[in-house]
Write a protein of this length. Structure first.
Length: 234
């Protein structure tokens, strides 16, 4: 299977919008009324990693922030931050500017600053054990070998945060996992990935609407997945 050198259309559009922004010195963190959720798109920073399988959590978060009219992304400490509301829920969206295996430092610092518990944190991340574009939601449990999740659990000192898992498929025979996750998606996979990112953006309010002291609930997560299954995210 030949590797594609192009970016999926939805990912490319989001990155073009992001490229128009400029980042100066780190600014004070923005205030967020009724901040209740920290959404984190796990990623590796820099253009070399843009659009790779490992960065699909970033792509989904950018799509969601754009759809819900979040503020401009800006550099704060060791993350890029955008804030806004999904329904009546105040949301902090974050993209760590450290590498994947050090993501937890940014997550923990932001959770402390905004007074959020681990249960109010949702990581958006790639998952090798799901077919390309398939979505799953869970709270707690094993890191499954994902170093961004492992780092977050270590920094928060608990694994009780929520995870929105985005399938990237398994590597073909002869391709090692570390190399596979740093590849971009094949042309034939882009429709599924673009639809997944769009579905996350479209139905995010359903996922976050059942919370309270947590970012979401099992019932809200089930409703979210049902919405995703019933229709795309265009």
């Amino acid at each position: 299977m030949a590797s594609s050198s192009s970016l999926c259309p939805r990912i490319l559009s989001a990155l073009r919008r992001f490229a128009t922004l400029t980042f100066g010195e780190s600014a004070p963190l923005p205030a967020v009324e009724n901040a209740r959720v920290l959404l984190v798109g796990l990623n590796n920073p820099g253009s070399a990693y843009a659009g790779t399988r490992h960065n699909v959590g970033e792509d989904a978060l950018r799509a969601a922030a754009a759809r819900h009219g979040f503020g401009a992304w800006a550099h704060h400490g060791n993350a890029q931050i955008s804030t806004g509301r999904v329904g009546d829920v105040g949301v902090v969206a974050a993209l760590p500017s450290t590498y994947m295996n050090r993501s937890g430092a940014a997550v923990a610092a932001l959770a402390r600053y905004y007074g959020l518990t681990a249960e109010q944190v949702v990581l958006l991340h790639d998952d090798l054990d799901l077919a390309v574009g398939r979505l799953k939601v869970k709270r707690g449990g094993s890191d499954g070998g994902h170093r961004g999740i492992r780092s977050t659990a270590a920094s928060l000192r608990t694994d009780s945060f929520w995870r929105l898992r985005i399938g990237i498929g398994r590597p073909p025979d002869g391709v090692a996992v570390p190399a596979f996750v740093l590849q971009r998606f094949e042309d034939g996979e882009c429709e599924a990935i673009d639809a997944a990112c769009g579905a996350v953006a479209l139905h995010l309010g359903v996922l976050l609407g059942g919370g309270g002291e947590e970012a979401t609930t099992g019932a809200a997560a089930s409703s979210f997945l049902n919405k995703v299954a019933a229709g795309g995210g265009r």
